[in-house]
Design a protein around this ligand. Structure first.
Ligand code: ADP
Length: 395
């Protein structure tokens, strides 16, 4: 059988990220981004081999953009596309693993939309457009939440009246599951340990950030909750705040729910603390020039991250290693170093020489000799979605 080609689609409300993956190659055959969909500035950018190209698609919606992607995919795949894997943010309690898309699973994804009102409807736009364009292909949904369905009840329940959980699904779900799963498997391979008999802490640090405790290949706790706002300081999200902040702001400043939502999701985190940027690279540069807000944002980010990792360690029988991943985790020696410095009680220490040496895109061990492993492992959610899709093609 020739090596199969899988198209991976990640749809946002106004964007589509896509990657064509051939099972015999680690690099993407084709990848791209359609952005500002629904606006006069809608554009499509793509990359094949070393070549980049783009197209202006005024007012294109998801369907129009995907229709433009179709001939690119067919040409890059030599006419041999075997399946499509879609990233879906929220699978609720219904989805504990990836699933084939059919009328039944589609209606279950629709039913989950109230839990992820910003994300699931956008994911569905891509799915529906792709099914119309490729009606005869197997299409698969891979959920950010599914990996965390192994959390024990004491980790996923909030201390709230039970009916809110039973009748309204108010519980901790966790996100970034595809990334936590992928990097923990890669880390076990790198360490020469069986994933089914090893214990890991993971820090996924991108624009969104979360930690995860993984035992024997299963998620046992994670820092995000009902929504991706809970937990760590992120690019523009506050992470944990006192839940009474809502009523405090409403009472003292007369703010509406929408204003508070915007504050916590869009104006807070690194951006809010620094008053400068949500981008860690920019903050590191500003810190070097003595910017007080950037310096504070980095200190709070690392301390809160370390606190979360220490909390996650409660779920582990032993620690086989801490994994850093995501744009910040993979590329920032400063953040890794400052975070690990708060975790001496877990026995963690870095080899600072090794910490500054992993090159972009490569995995590496950065712990000091005689201390628990600390690994940098680049995440590759598209690759994991393609693997899940391949597995369901065979099922
Ligand atoms: P997303 O969650 O959107 O996929 P990424 O995983 O690409 O985001 O992470 C983006 C973050 O990674 C940004 O804050 C960016 O500044 C940060 N980042 C990327 N490269 C570096 C670097 N060399 N040093 C520090 N931060 C970096």
């Amino acid at each position: 059988m020739p090596a199969r080609n899988i198209l991976v689609i990640n749809c946002g409300s106004s964007s589509i990220k896509f990657a064509l993956i051939n099972e015999a190659h680690s690099d993407f055959v084709l990848s791209g981004l359609a952005e500002r969909l629904g606006s006069p500035d809608a554009q499509l950018h793509w990359q094949r081999g070393g070549e980049k190209d783009s197209l202006i698609l005024p007012n294109a919606d998801h369907r129009v953009a995907l229709a433009q992607v179709l001939p690119l995919v067919q040409s890059a795949a030599g006419g041999q596309l075997h399946g499509i894997g879609h990233r879906v943010v929220h699978g609720g309690e219904h989805f504990t693993a990836a699933c084939r898309l059919d009328a039944l699973s589609l209606s279950a994804i629709r039913a989950t939309a109230p839990l992820a009102p910003l994300h699931n409807p956008a994911n569905l736009l891509g799915i529906e457009a792709a099914i119309k364009l490729f009606p005869n292909l197997t299409q698969v949904a891979v959920f950010d939440t599914a990996f965390h369905q192994t959390l024990p009840e004491h980790a996923y329940r909030y201390a709230l009246p039970e009916y809110l959980y039973r009748e309204h699904g108010v519980r901790r779900y966790g996100f970034h599951g595809t990334s936590h799963r992928y990097v923990s498997q890669r880390a076990a391979e790198l360490a020469g340990l069986p994933i089914g008999n090893s214990s890991w802490l993971v820090a996924h640090l991108g624009n969104g950030c979360s930690t995860c405790a993984i035992v024997d290949g299963q998620s046992r706790d994670t820092s995000m909750g009902l929504t991706p706002l809970e937990g760590l300081v992120m690019g523009t999200r506050s992470g944990d705040v006192d839940p009474n902040l809502h009523s405090h702001l409403a009472r003292t400043l007369g703010w509406s729910l929408e204003q508070i939502d915007t504050l916590l999701n869009k104006d807070s985190g690194l951006l809010g603390l620094s008053g400068l940027s949500n981008d860690m690279r920019s903050l590191e540069q500003a810190r070097e020039q003595g910017h007080a807000g950037a310096t504070l944002a980095i200190e709070v980010f690392c301390y809160r991250l370390a606190k979360s990792l220490a909390a996650m360690s409660c779920a582990l029988p032993q620690l086989d290693g801490l994994i850093f991943t995501g744009g910040i985790g993979e590329n920032s020696p400063l953040i890794r170093s400052k975070t690990v410095a708060h975790l001496q009680l877990l026995g963690l220490a870095l080899d600072e020489q090794a910490n500054v040496s992993p090159v972009r895109g490569a995995s590496g061990a950065i712990h000091a000799p005689g201390h628990p492993r600390v690994l940098v492992v680049p995440t590759n959610e598209e690759h994991q979605i393609a693997l899940d899709t391949l597995e369901l093609l065979e099922a």
